[in-house]
Design a protein around this ligand. Structure first.
Ligand SMILES: NC(=O)c1ccc[n+]([C@@H]2O[C@H](COP(=O)([O-])OP(=O)(O)OC[C@H]3O[C@@H](n4cnc5c(N)ncnc54)[C@H](OP(=O)(O)O)[C@@H]3O)[C@@H](O)[C@H]2O)c1
Length: 256
């Protein structure tokens, strides 16, 4: 079995790579930082076949070729994990449009291209899983995260829409909604505020999230929401919006 994981050089992608390797998958690991990819590859359990591909997923036309290279080396992709992501936490009018558009390329357009590249093969074989790492921001769009919230809502909606379409052909889709999880990205986001905005909110860890995602792949669960308390955001969208509008950190608490 072959899993293709983007953003595998750190954080959630790194934890997913380790968990998938422990579950017996051969791995293609994709990211821009070669040294970090090599570090992750070295730490995987012995026995797993691993290929690292240094690539910037914003180079959209190159992505089908990347999948072909991976498939030539390790066989058809059984699991695609669309994990690579970037975040901007800033006042919206201070973000350069190009910076926002680049975020949309990483968080939305690259997953679309990769899904498009693997899906025909999965449908033909009658099996395969696509995992989309969205965010709680898709369920609770967040002040200071204009582009990020939009990108994660787009990815989550696409992911949820695809599931029913491909299920009759044996292909499964897992949509993942992590709340705050300790990683470089989360630390960078927190550092943008005068005070830690997560406060008393539940914050998760990458190992537990990776375990839940691999379980969802194995048991064909539709979605993972973690930490668990954030299921409430999906069940009560109106109340969530009310809370977000009143309890979010004030714009002036965002550092310039
Ligand atoms: N941590 C959280 O609290 C949280 C919450 C909700 C959702 N998420 C989502 O979970 C995913 C992983 O986040 P994380 O917290 O693990 O972030 P992270 O620690 O910053 O890792 C991001 C990963 O994406 C890769 N990446 C970024 N831009 C890329 C590009 N242009 N081309 C190829 N790879 C790229 C990075 O690798 P290189 O720098 O080596 O390219 C890195 O491996 C993201 O989609 C994020 O939005 C995270």
């Amino acid at each position: 079995m072959h899993a293709f994981v983007t953003g595998a050089s750190a954080g959630i992608g790194e934890a997913l790579a380790k968990r998938l390797a422990s579950a017996g998958y051969d791995l293609t690991l994709v990211a821009r930082r070669q040294a970090e990819l090599a570090r992750v590859a070295e730490q995987l359990p012995a026995g797993a076949k691993v290929r690292t591909l240094v690539a910037d997923v914003t180079d959209l036309p190159s992505l089908p070729g990347l999948v072909r290279r991976a498939e030539n080396e390790l066989g058809p992709v059984d699991v695609l994990v669309n994990n690579a992501g970037v975040q901007i936490v800033a006042l919206t009018h201070e973000v350069e449009p190009e910076q926002g558009e680049r975020l949309l390329a990483v968080n939305v357009l690259a997953p679309f291209r990769l899904t498009h590249a693997v899906l025909p093969g999965m449908l033909e074989r009658g099996r395969g899983t696509i995992v989309d790492i969205a965010s709680l921001a898709a369920l609770a769009p967040t002040l200071g995260m204009y582009h990020y919230s939009a990108s994660k809502a787009a990815l989550a909606a696409a992911s949820e829409a695809l599931r029913a379409e491909v299920a009759p052909r044996g292909v499964h889709v897992v949509t993942v909604y992590p709340g705050p999880v300790h990683t470089e990205m989360a630390a960078a986001a927190v550092s943008r505020y005068a005070e830690d905005p997560t406060g008393i909110l539940p914050v998760g860890n990458t190992r537990t999230l990776a375990k839940l995602v691999v379980r969802a792949i194995e048991r064909r669960k539709a979605r993972v929401i973690y930490p668990r308390a954030y299921v409430l955001a999906r069940l009560f969208p109106g109340i969530t919006r009310w809370v977000m509008d009143r309890m979010s950190p004030r714009p002036k608490s965002l550092k310039a």
